[in-house]
Design a binder for this molecule. Structure first.
Ligand code: 1CP
Length: 342
């Protein structure tokens, strides 16, 4: 049996204390990331440089000894690789030339993805050689609905009216976009696994915005298709799903998609999720990123309550959403130390 704690949990074992990594553990809250960022061109250039992306991925592993490394990349690398114009501007976030009609959708080129993402696969291979033996390498993609949100809206938004308007008003067009993303996401995750990713994660950040019927159609069905095809191509490689803001549906999501682990967001009660998700499916999460900013007794209290609720189940400790840039690295060290002393 593997000695890697994260893989043991994902195989359905309960490991105590739970292994830990944090969403967005590489990034702006680390001075060593900011030092690279200021001298390395844009965000996409950093993602596409195997030297820089390898180094940035390793930074939190060196500093905190996390149980998993997550590839330094972004969910919007896929639209970029498909040929959509994607830019990252400091202080603004991602800006994309939006896809709002059939002509714009037809102009995307799934056949470009393999070549455009070759440097990412090179980074994955280097990481596998560089990581400590107990550390698991996680690859990832955005889930089709969340990626479609950015592609149609042209950037971040509070409630993505253009995207959700397209799903209601032009369902055939929106279905075509989701189907194309389902296929390209499957192939890109499969390539990440061939390159050395030991686990893959699907980030569906905006899953909780949909009506119940659209949740089944645009979140559950694409994830189920991706998981079943990955399981066929790569038996035994676990998939983590993160249907953010959809805690009510954790059990349904787990059962219908076939993921090996459901990542819980901050607002989901872990005990309730544990009651609705089959015992063989691991749970990941779900400390409030703001509690990590606060640190100290308040943070320790929250950690104790999460690990207490999930004790006896396969559990990977994590946040309920990504680390915020104002987080003090000392608080991350405190989190890891406290958890390992539990
Ligand atoms: O240079 C920079 O600091 C730019 C900030 C940044 C970083 C560090 C962006 C822009 N992306 C990333 C990395 C990233 N993004 C990772 C790598 C792992 C790590 O850093 O440890 C991962 C897994 C993501 C995933 C991601 N990107 C999601 C899904 C998870 C989530 O947080 O909800 C989403 C929605 C994005 C889009 C995105 N990329 C970047 C920003 C600022 C955003 C959010 C835009 C918005 O406001 O909607």
């Amino acid at each position: 049996m593997t000695e890697k704690p994260i893989l043991r949990v994902l195989a359905g074992n309960d490991v105590w204390p739970p292994p830990v990594w944090l969403m967005r553990q590489a990034g702006r809250y680390l001075p060593e990331y900011r030092a690279i960022k200021d001298s390395s061109g844009g965000f996409i250039a950093r993602c596409m440089s195997p030297d820089l992306a390898t180094e940035i991925t390793l930074q939190p592993i060196r500093r905190f000894g996390m149980d998993a490394a997550i590839l330094f990349s972004d969910i919007l690398i896929l639209p970029w690789a498909l040929g959509q114009d994607v830019r990252f501007t400091d202080g603004v976030g991602p800006v994309l030339v939006p896809i709002r009609n059939a002509a714009a959708l037809d102009a995307l080129e799934p056949s470009r993805v393999a070549e455009a993402t070759a440097p990412v696969l090179e980074t994955i291979g280097r990481l596998r050689r560089a990581l400590p033996p107990a550390c698991t390498l996680i690859g990832f993609c955005g889930a089709p609905f969340t990626v479609a949100c950015y592609m149609v809206e042209g950037g971040g938004s509070r409630d993505f009216p253009e995207t959700r308007g397209m799903a209601y008003g032009e369902p055939a067009l929106f279905d075509r976009l989701i189907d194309m993303l389902t296929r390209t996401t499957t192939d890109y995750l499969s390539a990440q696994i061939w390159a050395g990713a030991e686990v893959v994660m699907l980030f569906d950040t905006w899953a909780g915005m949909l009506s119940p019927s659209q949740f089944l159609r645009y979140v559950v069905a694409p994830a189920a298709a991706i998981v079943s095809e990955l399981n066929a191509r790569h038996p035994g490689v676990p998939v983590i799903g993160f249907p953010r803001l959809a805690g009510l549906y954790a059990g349904l999501y787990a059962e219908r998609t076939g993921v090996d682990c459901v990542a819980l967001d901050t607002g989901t009660d872990p005990a309730r999720a544990a009651a609705s998700v089959p015992d063989s499916v691991a749970l990941q999460g779900n400390l409030d990123p703001i509690a990590l900013i606060a640190g100290g007794a308040a943070m320790r209290q929250e950690i104790s309550s999460i690990v207490g609720a999930l004790r006896g189940r396969p559990h990977i400790f994590n946040l309920g959403h990504g680390i915020l840039p104002q987080t003090r690295p000392e608080h991350v060290a405190e989190l890891v130390e406290f958890l390992r002393s539990c």
